[in-house]
Design a protein around this ligand. Structure first.
Ligand code: S3P
Length: 742
């Protein structure tokens, strides 16, 4: 479809007039006809040039209308029935009719009662746009540009009619979404109708009932922002409230009860409760603002169609400088989890403000924990104790984060309430039986989707019993999950690992005063202890530092120092492997901070050689392989990785993603079921796909330093899951990087 036939707009107020103006401006509409009660409005619309013809009654132009012509009803909600009666009398069923009323349930009832059988060409719709101005003179051709229009098709609808209405809105720059009639009215009652009720009522209260006549004199920006919508069309909004009575009343009741609780907290000077409400609200509002900047909120909330962020790296260059990368992701997750389960307050410094760790933070807020921040890496968690979590009101959404889902499943298995864990598209494909099965052996009842994929439905109230579990794979997430469940189980929970994996959970439990026993390759916890709030200083993430370590290791002339990096022995596989490859790498200023070893890491360029990566280093460098394979591509000879099948079930299949990308950049490589063989060579320029995996995206970015042409990396939005300022730091150290968003 590239053109529209005739469009008739009934009602030339702001909503109708703006659509008319936009359609005229598009030039893709055969004829725009306006219908307005008053002669003057018709004349004004003609004078403004927003319609080709204007009449005072639809019957005057009904004779010109036929198949594929569209009538848009843009009158207040409670006037729609009157217009429907007029249309029924003079317009045939072949003409498409749509509307813009803010409530869909009432229009649906009107259509059904007036027409009897629902007309297949009647498409219910609602443009989410407006302004506090009204009347034809306020018509604005850009009103719908980048705004959402919700269509609420019904089963009786003709698909072509829905398509035509969608096309009309897209033509004027709107983004069209579809949802059910009832869902629409509930959502709009909460996010639009309730705010209008509150704004009208607040201004009326102050203006009318306040004791102080001069009250508005002292009102500043906050009042103005908050009450802008109280200047909207009063009658139109009255009708909306009446038309959507049930959902609006539900929204008001919920709000009133929460307001009552807040009132009580203020009366009782309960600072923690007030902090809880305000911090949750601030976080939600900040997130909403961010969503609006990036895309339509309905889409981003489900994280399904984020914008495509493309990195383009110019070839060559060196990296130099002294930088501190953000806080460790694994430790950040655990600091929130254990801080929440502790008694008393936990003060965290160096928290990673990336999407993954924020997902964990949000999950605990959703379970009633009051958390202040993050503010420049500082977070304060008001712990609720091991049994103080509250049932969340809906599923806990943890985005891209496997660590959140797996560790949380252990904690949730021990709660008295039911819960559900959901994630984004990538996480929804990752294996969860590795935690669901052993948790099941402990007595937990956990439902998964097919083949053990998320969502996880965890039944509360199970009596967990401690088990002895020999992990079939070397996984810190599985180990941590079971130890956390073990806090709630009867008897000892003991986990053995086939090879050492990161031990942050064990260290941090001890930091919170909870006993953990290690014997050889086994770790165990017993129930009955408690965690006591503490201070946590999170070191910089060695996994993030890796990208700059490899960057310096592959580009001649480079010299970089990464400060305050966590060098826990269970995380330094990357250092060991790079050294084996001949990297000039040294640790300086080694010290211990809050139970974790920390150092500054200096890397100066030196030629690298290919190696057989020792299998015992694989779990200690599991997240670093994408970057290490870039080092392998720049090394002389073959690098062989084996025993790394776990890489196939990370955020993406990292073996395949790296093999595909390296091949695109002219590097010979061969993937095997449990690893990869890379033959060092000359990286060329080219396009690579990150498959939405943050570490794949960052690895190919640093590859640009040794490439002969520009490298374009596709789908890099998820870099923000682990390394929100990667681009800024990359530019700072000398990588020539350009970011575009599509
Ligand atoms: C993590 C453990 C590792 C790692 C992940 C973080 C953790 O996963 O890949 O990024 O924080 O415990 P596995 O336990 O699946 O190996």
């Amino acid at each position: 479809m590239t053109e529209l036939n005739k469009v008739v707009i009934v009602g030339l107020g702001l909503i109708g007039g703006s659509l008319a103006a936009a359609l005229k401006q598009s030039g893709a509409c055969q004829k725009v006809i306006g219908v307005a009660r008053r002669e003057e409005t018709c004349e004004q619309a003609m004078a403004m040039g927003i319609v080709d013809e204007a009449v005072t009654g639809v019957e005057q132009i009904a004779g010109q209308l036929g198949r594929n012509d569209i009538i848009f009803i843009a009158v207040p909600t409670l006037t729609v029935a009157k217009i429907l009666n007029e249309l029924k009398a003079c317009v045939g069923p072949e003409v498409i009719i749509t509307d813009g009323a803010s409530v869909k349930g009432s229009v649906l009832i009107d259509v059904q009662s007036i027409y009897g059988k629902y007309p297949a060409n009647f498409v219910l719709g609602h443009p989410i746009a407006g302004s506090e101005q009204s009347g034809v003179e306020a018509s604005n051709p850009d009103l719908y540009h980048n705004h959402r229009v919700i269509l609420t098709p019904v089963p009786e609808n003709n698909a072509d009619a829905v398509k035509a209405v969608r096309f009309m809105w897209e033509l004027v720059g709107a983004e069209v979404l579809e949802m059910g009639v009832q869902d629409h009215d509930i959502v709009l009652a909460a996010t639009s109708h309730l705010p209008h009720v509150i704004a009208f009522s607040l201004v009326d209260t102050l203006a009318h009932d306040s004791q102080n006549e001069n009250i508005f004199r002292y009102a500043a920006g906050g009042f103005k922002d908050f009450t802008r919508i109280a200047s909207s069309d009063a009658i139109m909004w009255r009708d909306i409230m009446l038309a959507n009575k049930k959902s609006v009343l539900d929204a008001i009741d919920l709000f009133s009860s929460n307001l009552g609780r807040l009132r009580a907290a203020i009366e009782e000077e309960n600072a923690t409760e007030i902090t809880g409400v305000f911090t949750r609200a601030k976080f939600a509002r900040d997130r909403f603002t961010k969503m609006l900047e990036h895309s339509a909120y309905l889409k981003t909330m489900q994280n399904s169609e984020e914008k495509n962020i493309v990195y383009t790296v110019a070839p060559g260059g060196t990296v130099k400088g002294r930088i501190r990368v953000p806080g460790d992701k694994s430790i950040s997750h655990r600091s929130i989890m254990l801080g929440s389960l502790a008694e008393g307050t936990t003060n965290i410094k160096g928290f990673l403000e990336g999407e993954d760790a924020l997902a964990t933070l949000q999950a605990f807020r959703d379970m009633g924990v009051v958390i202040e921040g993050p503010d420049n890496g500082s977070v304060t968690v008001h712990g609720v104790g091991l049994n103080g979590l509250q049932k969340p009101t809906g599923p806990l959404y943890v985005g891209n984060s496997g660590t959140s889902m797996r560790l949380l499943s252990g904690i949730l298995a021990g709660q008295s309430f039911d819960s559900e864990l959901t994630g984004d598209i990538s996480l929804s494909k990752r294996p969860m039986n590795r935690v669901a099965k052993p948790l099941g052996e402990m007595g937990a009842i956990i439902g998964t989707a097919e083949e053990g994929r998320p969502p996880l439905k965890i039944h509360g109230g199970a009596n967990l019993k401690g088990i002895q579990y020999d992990m079939p794979m070397a996984s810190a997430q599985v180990k941590s999950c079971l130890l956390l469940a073990g806090l709630y189980a009867q008897g000892e929970t003991r986990v053995t690992e086939p090879a050492p994996t990161r031990d942050h959970t064990e260290r941090m439990l001890q930091g919170f005063g909870y006993g953990v026993e290690r014997q050889g390759n086994a770790v165990s916890v017993k129930p009955g202890g408690k965690l006591t709030g503490t201070d946590i200083d999170i070191p910089a993430d060695i996994s993030s530092a890796t990208f700059y370590m490899v960057a310096a290791a592959i580009s001649p002339g480079s010299d970089i120092t990464l400060t305050h990096v966590g060098v826990n022995p269970t995380r330094i596989g990357v250092i060991n492997i790079l050294k084996l490859m001949g990297a000039n790498l040294s640790l300086q200023n080694e010290r211990e901070v809050g139970g974790e070893p920390v150092a500054d890491i200096r890397v100066q360029y030196a030629p690298l050689k290919g190696i057989q990566v020792p299998e015992d280093q694989v779990p200690l460098a599991i997240d670093e392989f994408p970057a290490l394979l870039i080092a392998a591509a720049c090394a002389e000879g073959k690098t062989v990785v084996t025993g790394a099948e776990e890489l196939r079930v990370k955020e993406t299949d990292r073996i395949q993603a790296m093999a595909d990308g390296l091949a695109n950049l002219g590097i010979e490589c061969e993937s095997t079921p449990d690893g990869i063989i890379v033959t060092g060579g000359q990286l060329t320029g080219g396009k690579v796909e990150s498959f939405h995996d943050h570490r794949i995206a960052m690895s190919f970015t640093i590859a640009g330093l040794r490439a002969t042409g520009a490298i374009e990396v596709n789908n890099c939005a998820n870099v923000s899951t682990s390394f929100p300022n990667f681009v800024e730091l990359a530019k700072k150290v000398g990588i020539s990087l350009d970011v575009k968003s599509y």
